[in-house]
Design a binder for this molecule. Sequence first.
Ligand code: ZN
Length: 70
Amino acid sequence: MAEATLHIDATLHIDDCVNATCPWSGRPVQSDSLTTYAGRVVGFCNPGCRDKFETAIRHFETAIGAEAEK
Ligand SMILES: [Zn+2]
């Protein structure tokens, strides 16, 4: 049973992470800094980097949703 929400951190494992380094800093990803993108686990070097990514995703999803309502 797949979770529908973006925040499923408790079920994410760094072993499933598709990237080895943080896209912001180039440092190794950490097990406490994972999220999902396009149905895959992606990682960052710290939760702040992850939250910056999630903020961007939500921003675009909101913009796309607003566009669809026109
Ligand atoms: Zn980072």
